[in-house]
Design a protein around this ligand. Structure first.
Ligand code: GLA
Length: 403
């Protein structure tokens, strides 16, 4: 029998790992540490870059950045993910970015913090900033659809915004993170993950209008209702800088153009009858996912407010079906996780994040968490899939200075 972990192993050791890496790198202690969380998206998938609605929450797994000042104007980044630190002159950042796709001279992990430094200077107009050493450690699983990338962006942006005294607010820092991801890493993602990582609150989700960036805190009330949210990390890796993510985005833009609207946000479920008659079947199904998913986000927010979390299961399930059949971004491991969780009594379940791998979530009664975990493990074993990593998450605080 398998039980659920409270969090991936090593969760509480991340700040120490960042400080230890910093000491190895410089022989000194850092002047401070900052951290930012990964996120789970409760509902609203592939709606953010369509100017639509999302309902993510920050999780307790975080990326920690330990920072120290240098006497020159250079920036050096080191990560527990890679043995070799990367160092550039601050004045050279402009020559490195923006880049189309990954920059050949910068390893991908380093494009996140260096891209954030570049985007921060662009956003603030600052030029004369002090050099810094950054040591980065994280317990957000990479490639699991939990936005390890937004966590590194948020922690780095917070650390540099404070250290360089730039005065950018949280929304501006989220936009800086997104710009780094789009223009330094080359992943054409939306703003959801960075906003969740910057604005997260304990026990609450962030209801975000991705057109206006208006954000509202929505109480989840999972613990009070005796519920747990399980993350089922399938171990199937994905990257949004390549392939399917960009193709889906292009289909959505084509659909909006055919319908004569700025973004799919401007269509309602009633417009789908006409949409079906003016575009090819694949584009129509991509459009139908986004339009119905936007409605499901609104319905989930109303349901949470009026009836509580026990009533949102059907909306989560419908979201998964729409991603599986209309948007076609699920994989057999995610479908298997969702089916097994629901058969074992989960209240609702869906894949979360960009898709093509990564994680599913299942909302379960606390009493049933072990049975659901066992059922998913058994389904994976029967299908010959690699064993998943299953753990509970709870909604947590956004980016902040730790020490
Ligand atoms: C990834 C992207 C987000 C969003 C989701 C899908 O996580 O980073 O911007 O598009 O996929 O909802």
């Amino acid at each position: 029998m398998t039980t659920t972990d409270a969090a991936p192993r090593g969760a509480s050791r991340t700040p120490e790992a960042a400080r230890a890496l910093f000491a190895d790198l410089t022989g000194r202690d850092p002047v401070g540490t900052w951290s930012a969380p990964g996120r789970v998206n409760l509902i609203g998938e592939h709606t953010d870059y369509n100017d639509g609605f999302v309902l993510p929450f920050a999780i307790e797994q975080r990326t920690v950045v330990a920072l120290g000042l240098r006497s020159d104007a250079r920036i050096r980044v080191a990560s527990t993910l890679d043995a070799a630190p990367v160092e550039v002159a601050v004045s050279d950042l402009d020559g490195l970015f923006p880049t189309v796709g990954a920059h050949p001279a910068v390893p991908e992990w380093a494009a996140y913090p260096l891209g954030v430094a570049w985007a921060l200077l662009q956003a603030s107009g600052a030029t004369d900033v002090t050099g810094v050493d950054l040591a980065i450690a994280s317990d957000v699983p990479v490639g699991a659809g939990l936005s390890s990338s937004a966590a590194i962006e948020g922690a780095t942006a917070s650390a540099l915004n404070d250290t360089w005294d730039l005065g950018l607010d949280r929304v501006a820092l989220a936009q800086v993170g997104r710009r780094a991801e789009n223009e330094a890493v080359g992943a054409p993602t939306g703003i959801m993950d960075q906003m969740a990582s910057m604005l997260g609150r304990p026990d609450a989700a962030i209801f975000l209008d991705c057109r206006t960036l208006d954000a509202n805190v929505i109480d989840l009330g999972f613990a009070a209702a005796g519920l747990e949210l399980l993350v089922i990390d399938t171990g199937v890796k994905h990257a949004h800088s390549t392939g399917g993510y960009g193709e889906r985005r292009a289909s959505c833009e084509r659909g909006a153009e055919i319908m004569g609207v700025t973004a799919l946000r401007d269509l309602s479920v009633d417009d789908l009858t006409r949409a079906a008659t003016v575009m090819d079947d694949i584009t129509f199904r991509r459009v139908r996912h986004v339009v119905t998913e936007n409605q499901r986000v609104l319905d989930t927010v109303h349901t949470l407010r009026d009836a509580g979390p026990l009533q949102i299961g059907a909306l989560l399930d419908a979201s998964h079906v729409s991603m599986r059949d209309d948007f076609e971004i699920s994989v057999p491991e995610l479908d298997s996780a969702v089916e097994a969780a629901l058969s074992a009594g989960a209240i609702g379940a869906r894949m979360t994040g960009g898709g093509f791998g990564g994680a599913a979530i299942a909302l379960v009664d606390h009493e049933k968490a072990t049975a659901v975990t066992d059922a998913v493990n058994a389904a994976f074993a029967a299908a010959g899939f690699t064993a998943p990593h299953i753990f509970t998450v709870s909604a947590s605080a956004g980016a902040h200075r730790d020490a």
